[in-house]
Design a protein around this ligand. Structure first.
Ligand SMILES: [Zn+2]
Length: 491
C-alpha cells in the first residue's frame, strides 16, 4: 500500500509595493497666508488668523507653492494639469484647526511621471501616479510621549499651513530594497530641485508604504497593509522586510491577509495592526469654495522647466564622460548635489578626478557620516584639499599621514601645511636618517631578513612596515624599500 504524503503547495509570491511620500515645500511663506515656514521657532510664534483657522478668514493661494509643486512634477517627468483645483478633506483632530484640510482630491496638479534608477545592475522605472498639493497640519505633543497615557497634549500651529506635496507612486516596486533605493533617488531629485530639504528627522519628508503579496504570475492584487510611522529609509526597508515575512506566513497557512493600517515599531522591529480599512474615516471630500480654480499657464510651466537644474542621473552621466570616472563613483558623488559641487571644485583646483573621487568617497563621506554633518557645515574647502593632495604628490607627507591631516582639516579648517608643521609630520626622505632605522630593523628581525635574502620577496613588506612604525609613519616608503633591497637582495 502506498503511503500518501501531504505535500504543501509551495507558492512563490511576488511583492507589490507602492509608496506615498509627503514632502514639505521650501517656500518662505505658508500656502494660504504670509506666515514664515522656518523650522525650529518657539511654538505658536509663526501663526495668524488664517493658519489658525479662525472663522471669517480667507485663504489666498501662494503662487510660489504651486511653482514648487510643478517643479517637483517636472523633475519627476509628470504632466502638469492645466488647472489647479482644491478640495476640503474633513477630519476632526486638533492638529487641524479648521477641522478640514485643504488638499487636491481628484484634480492633482501633476500626473503620470516616473523615476529611473539602477538596482542590481539593471535600470528600474517606478511610475508616479500623481502629485498633489495640500497644507500641513499642526504638531501635537503629548505629555509623557504616549497618546493613550498622556494627561494632556500641546499643539504647535507653526507647521499648520506649510505647503506640502504628496507623491503617490504606482505599485511598481518589487522588493523592500528597491523601495529604499527608489526613496534615495527621489530624495536626491527633490533636493537637487530645491523644492524640499527632505529632512526626515525634522519631519519635512515622511513616507507611508503599501505592501501586498500575490502568487507569481498573478495580475490580481492581494489585500494590502499600509505601514505608518516610518522615520528613515532604513526603517522603510526593515518594516517592508518584516511585512514580506508576515504576509508570506499568513498566505502559506491558507489564510487571508487583512487589509489594514499598521504601525512600525522601530524598537521591537515589528509592525502592529492599528485599524482595519472599514474603520477608516469618511473624509467627505467637497470642492474648496474659498479658493477658486487656478489656471496654470503653459508658458509659466515652460519657464519653470527651464529653471530645473541638471538632475542626478544627468550629472552622473556627465561625471562618467567628463571626468572618466567609473559609473559607481559618479553615482556616489552625485547622490548629494553639494558633494558633487565640492568634487567639481576640487578637480578645478587640483585636477586628477579619480584621485579626488577616492578621497571624497573614502575619507570625506566617512567623516560626514561619523559627524552627522552636511557638506556646507564642514570647514574644509576644495582648495584646502587640493593643497593637501599636492603635499602628498610632492612627497612632503605620505598618503597615510595625509589621511590624518585630512581629518584635522575636515574638522578645523586649518591648512594642510600648518597642520604638517605644527605636528611635525613631514616625511623623512633623508637617506642617512632612514638608513640608520633600516639597519636597526634588519638587526631586530633576523628571521625576516634571512627570508628576504633567500628570495622570499613578500617578506620585504613586513620590514617596510617595521620601519614605518619606528618613524610613526613618516618614512618615505619608496626610499625605505630601496634601502632594504640594497642591503638584502643580490642584484
Ligand atoms: Zn498664517
Amino acid at each position: 500500500m502506498a503511503t500518501e504524503t501531504m505535500v504543501k503547495p509551495v507558492t512563490e509570491y511576488e511583492v507589490v509595493i507602492g509608496l506615498e511620500i509627503h514632502a514639505e515645500l521650501l517656500t518662505d511663506a505658508k500656502v494660504w497666508c504670509g506666515c514664515s515656514t522656518k523650522f525650529g521657532a518657539e511654538p505658536n510664534t509663526q501663526v495668524c488668523p488664517v493658519c489658525m483657522g479662525l472663522p471669517g478668514t480667507l485663504p489666498v493661494l501662494n503662487r510660489e507653492a504651486v511653482a514648487y509643486a510643478i517643479k517637483a512634477g517636472l523633475a519627476l517627468n509628470c504632466s502638469i494639469a492645466p488647472e489647479a483645483r482644491f478640495d476640503r478633506k474633513h477630519y476632526f483632530y486638533p492638529d487641524l484647526p479648521k477641522a478640514y484640510q485643504i488638499t487636491q482630491n481628484d484634480h492633482p496638479l501633476c500626473r503620470r511621471g516616473y523615476v529611473e534608477f539602477e538596482l542590481g545592475g539593471e535600470t528600474r522605472r517606478v511610475g508616479i501616479h500623481h502629485i498633489h498639493l495640500e497644507e500641513e497640519a499642526g504638531k501635537l505633543m503629548h505629555a509623557g510621549d504616549r497618546l493613550m497615557e498622556a494627561e494632556y497634549s500641546l499643539i504647535d500651529y507653526n507647521r499648520a499651513g506649510i505647503p506640502l506635496i504628496e507623491i503617490v507612486t504606482e505599485p511598481d516596486i518589487r522588493s523592500p530594497e528597491e523601495a529604499r533605493v527608489f526613496l534615495e533617488n527621489l530624495k536626491s531629485i527633490l533636493e537637487y530641485t530645491r523644492v524640499s530639504d527632505c529632512r526626515m528627522e525634522q519631519g519635512s519628508l515622511r513616507v507611508d508604504a503599501n505592501i501586498s503579496l500575490r502568487p507569481k504570475g498573478s495580475t490580481k492584487f492581494g489585500n494590502k497593509a499600509e505601514i505608518k510611522n516610518l522615520n528613515s529609509f532604513r526603517a522603510v526597508q526593515r518594516a517592508l522586510e518584516y511585512e514580506v515575512r508576515r504576509q508570506t506566513e499568513i498566505l502559506q497557512r491558507g489564510e487571508e491577509v487583512a487589509a489594514e493600517t499598521r504601525h512600525w515599531d522601530e524598537t521591537k522591529g515589528v509592525t502592529v495592526a492599528m485599524r482595519t480599512k472599514d474603520e477608516e474615516d469618511d473624509y467627505r471630500y467637497s470642492p474648496e469654495p474659498d479658493i477658486p480654480p487656478f489656471e496654470v499657464d503653459p508658458a509659466w510651466v515652460e519657464r519653470l522647466r527651464a529653471q530645473l537644474p541638471e538632475l542626478p542621473r544627468e550629472k552622473q552621466q556627465r561625471f562618467v564622460e567628463q571626468y572618466e570616472l567609473p559609473a559607481y563613483d559618479a553615482g556616489v558623488l552625485t547622490a548629494d548635489a553639494k558633494v558633487a559641487d565640492f568634487f567639481e571644485a576640487c578637480v578645478a583646483a587640483y585636477g586628477k578626478p579619480k584621485i579626488v573621487s577616492n578621497w571624497l568617497m573614502g575619507e570625506f563621506l566617512r567623516l560626514l557620516r561619523e559627524d552627522g554633518a552636511e557638506v556646507q557645515d564642514v570647514p574644509l574647502t576644495p582648495e584646502g584639499l587640493a593643497e593637501l593632495l599636492t603635499l602628498v604628490d610632492r612627497g612632503v607627507i605620505s598618503g597615510s599621514i595625509g589621511k590624518e591631516v585630512f581629518e584635522d582639516m575636515f574638522r578645523t579648517g586649518k591648512s594642510a601645511a600648518a597642520i604638517v608643521k605644527e605636528r611635525g609630520l613631514e616625511q623623512i626622505s633623508d637617506e642617512g636618517e632612514l638608513a640608520a632605522v633600516v639597519d636597526q630593523v634588519i638587526a631586530e628581525n633576523e628571521d625576516a631578513a634571512a627570508k628576504v635574502r633567500a628570495g622570499e620577496m613578500k617578506t620585504i613588506g613586513f620590514l617596510v612596515g617595521q620601519v614605518m612604525q619606528k618613524t610613526r609613519g613618516k618614512a618615505n616608503p619608496k626610499l625605505v624599500n630601496e634601502l632594504l633591497r640594497a642591503r638584502l637582495v643580490q642584484e
